[in-house]
Design a protein around this ligand. Structure first.
Ligand code: ADP
Ligand code: MN
Ligand code: MN
Ligand code: MN
Length: 334
């Protein structure tokens, strides 16, 4: 029997791309082939020259449809088979190839917020919920909303063979996190984008929507980030390269912040466990710094660093490319 392949790709919307997908029926025994779509409907082409090409980059069992069905994450190419301008993965591949010998690893913490009926899930009609404080890693129906979707999502990621490494309820009401990694700079983006798609898709079945808005509610409520944990082989062995990596990020702070997700200035205010976007800083255990050195890393004098600046809506390929380029080029000069 033919199987269903769900082709998933990243569109050309600005300032933040969104995911799209459609189904192809593929003959049994065949690999999912190259495919195409109407780029004029996704801000990736004009109506006169509308064709864009989908090239599979990650094929995994589809945990929702089961059987032989698959999820197919694709990169977008122009009809002459060049990377489309919206294809940020291609540049990430180039950077990774340049620094592969340093063996860079990423672990991404994807925070997100559930919305229901136009409000954060759990937010009462016509009033305010209890101030934040009890929701982080909370338990009980007065603190937790959407756990069924979270559980389904975790199982789905595992069944799809994605490198999910944990989940937790977050500080703001209706806000959650899952972590992907550690993986290389390209694979971490592939796994994260497929995990985002599964999250949206499973929430859809429960009439909830998951959002990556970096500051879903103004005021005294935490924003949503995508902390990027990073190491190279040298950083996993000694402390000097850990400090060198933190210093290197400081030399290109503006370029990084500009590419860490739309609306980052609204989130990196200096409050709610963030450093102000205008001032770069790093420190051991410091959740008010731009970059944190985890206490285990300081104690063992080796490990990884956490760039706390990327927004929840950041593009993981761009974040991974920039961090790899900035840190690995500095470590290569040491
Ligand atoms: P936090 O304390 O900031 O909430 P989490 O436990 O949510 O931390 O996330 C830590 C992330 O760091 C995980 O995704 C994990 O895979 C990743 N990680 C662990 N070790 C390394 C390493 N050596 N290099 C890169 N990432 C790592
Ligand atoms: Mn975390
Ligand atoms: Mn978090
Ligand atoms: Mn973190």
């Amino acid at each position: 029997m033919p199987y269903r392949a769900e082709y998933i790709w990243i569109d050309g919307q600005k300032p933040t791309s969104k995911l799209r997908s459609k189904t192809k029926i593929v003959a049994s025994g065949q690999e999912p082939p190259l495919w195409g779509f109407d780029g004029s409907s996704t801000e990736q082409a004009s109506g006169e020259l509308s064709d864009c090409v989908l090239r599979p980059v990650l094929v995994r069992p589809d945990p929702i449809r089961g059987n032989e069905n698959v999820l197919v994450l694709c990169e977008v190419l122009t009809p002459d088979m060049e990377p489309h301008p919206s294809n940020t993965r291609a540049a990430c591949v180039k950077t990774y190839e340049k620094y592969k010998d340093q063996d860079p690893w990423f672990g991404l913490e994807q925070e997100y917020t559930f919305f229901k009926d136009g409000r954060p899930h759990g937010w009462p009609i016509g009033g305010y919920p209890a101030p934040q404080g009890g929701y982080y890693c909370g338990i009980g129906s007065d603190e937790i909303w959407g756990r069924d979707v979270v559980e389904n999502h975790t199982v789905a990621c595992l069944e799809a063979g994605l490198e999910i490494s944990g989940t937790n309820a977050e500080v703001m009401i209706g806000q959650w996190e899952f972590q992907i990694g550690p993986l290389d700079p390209v694979a971490v983006g592939d796994h994260l984008w497929m995990a985002r798609w599964l999250l949206y898709r499973l929430a859809e079945d429960c009439d909830i929507s998951a959002h990556l808005n970096p500051k879903p509610v103004e005021g005294d409520w935490n924003g949503a980030g995508m902390h990027a944990n990073f190491s190279t082989a040298a950083m996993r062995e000694s402390y000097e390269p850990i400090i060198a990596a933190c210093e290197a990020l400081g030399t290109k702070a503006d370029e990084h912040v500009e590419n860490y997700g739309a609306g980052i200035q609204r989130r990196l205010t200096g409050l709610h466990e963030t450093a102000p976007w205008t001032e770069y800083s790093y420190g051991v255990s410091n959740r008010g710094a731009s970059v944190r050195i985890p206490w285990q890393t300081a104690r063992e004098q080796r490990g990884y660093i956490e760039d706390r600046r990327p927004n929840a809506n950041a593009d993981p390929y761009t974040v991974a490319r920039l961090m790899t380029e900035t840190i690995c080029s500095a470590l290569a000069d040491e």
